[in-house]
Design a binder for this molecule. Sequence first.
Ligand SMILES: [Zn+2]
Length: 411
Amino acid sequence: MMVTTGEKKAGPLRTVVFNGRVMAPGGDIEDGVVVIDGGRISFVGPAAAWREGGGEAAAVRIDAEGGWICPGFVDIHVHGGGGADVMDADPDALRTLARTHARYGTTSFLATTVTAPHEKLLEVAEVVARMAGRPGHPAGGAPTGGAQLLGLHLEGPYINPRRAGAQNPAHMRPPNLRELEQLYEVLGSAWRIITIAPELPGAEAAVRWLARRGVLVSMGHTDATHDEARAAVAAGVRHATHLFNAMRGWHHRDPGCIGAVLDDDRVGAEIVADGEHVHPSALRLAYRLKGPERLCLVTDCIRALDMPDGVYRLGDVDVLVRDGRARLAGREDALAGSLLTMSGAVRAMVRLAGVPLRQAVTMASLNPARAAGVARAKGTLEPGKDGDVVVLDDDLAVRAVVVAGQVVYSR
Ligand SMILES: [Zn+2]
């Protein structure tokens, strides 16, 4: 990977990514160029048109060496990485997470919590609210040196202990409007997604309350029957958290939450495409039924990414990490988050599920940007959007990552 730093002219930083196939919204551009000025995309098009426009000078030039120039990936469900976890409630931990995942193409993300006492969640929310940037303000928020923090995904505690997964059932409880109000007061629009089990008492009122405030309500860690899930969608649920995992199974006489998600175009879904959480056939099934517009690739990654094997904390449970797999300590049949990366998820969708690369990238960029409510500024390579770019080589490995025009990773 060639990154050249040239003369720094007066005015905002200009970054040019060139010599690759640009995955633009209207189609691929062979020998394309993406130009970023002052953090925002200012030009996307063929190299010839760029040269004719006389736009040669740039402070930073990134040679894609014939690879793919893609929109940056948006991870709406990530707990940790590089030894750090969102539940550490520590700005340094969020920066470590942001830098670790940037190496794998993540240019923005939602810090994702796990089930915990209310006071602990408030503490995490305060750190996230302080550091979160606003989309469309490419340099906004606290600098991380990696991916941009866009806000919070509250996963739990209002989930069903019968579908606890790796989260601690001791702190799970029905939704509580007073707690929601306190969290919203801290987070405001930085609260972008909540995962909730809609069959819990009081959930319907909570769903309506949250949906009115623009928080995307996602059903997950849920034992909802089909009727309960349908009622939840009627109340305002529009997403599903790690589809298939931690949900009542599909049965043709009770299709459950899974059936209600697959069968309703109003509902989008996340999926953990590591080839282990979901069988490749189920990945394909979800892709066929939700289509390339409604499925979001997420990592659900825990702090052990890029760390040696061993025992790691996830919330207040122990997770055993061995050979790239994360299991609940003492219950090795139970998956406990993942060590997946966004580029790994894109590769899995292409190689295991046979999805075309363009669609897999859309599921890692535009769809999650929509789910997080940031698609006006993120998710595609278009002038005016934030200058977030991933360069992939022909093996779909990450060569370079640019966040708001700044190179945060290059190989
Ligand atoms: Zn999770």
